[in-house]
Design a protein around this ligand. Sequence first.
Ligand SMILES: [Zn+2]
Length: 138
Amino acid sequence: IEIKKYPRLTEVGAWRSGTNFQSGNNIDPNPHGGFYTQEEIKDVVAYAKDRYVTVVPEVELPGHSLAALAAYPELSCTGGPFKIPERWGIQEDIYCAGKEEVFVFLENVLAEVVELFPSETIHIGGDEAPKKRWSACP
Ligand SMILES: [Zn+2]
């Protein structure tokens, strides 16, 4: 989703250099990605609402955040640099829990998200977040 306060989320974080669609080692080397603009999200929400469906967004944290960390590596424990993963799965680099700027970032992102989605619930994930980096973080 386009987040106006953090343009690198879509400029950098929405694109990967290749994709591993299947288990195994084959990578489709074609760049892939994309994102919804905030105007497109409004259209999706309105389309769903017309059909009595409520869209509940998931903004995964603190794990599954490597694309965001590639865009803003200062939000990690190590400072990066990071590459957008080409494979599905769990990554050890997650948002740093010890930096105030991470919470400011997340609050700013969620502030834009809640303006877009009228749902009473915003899913913030919470799964698949290894604590290895946190254990070693000052
Ligand atoms: Zn940390």
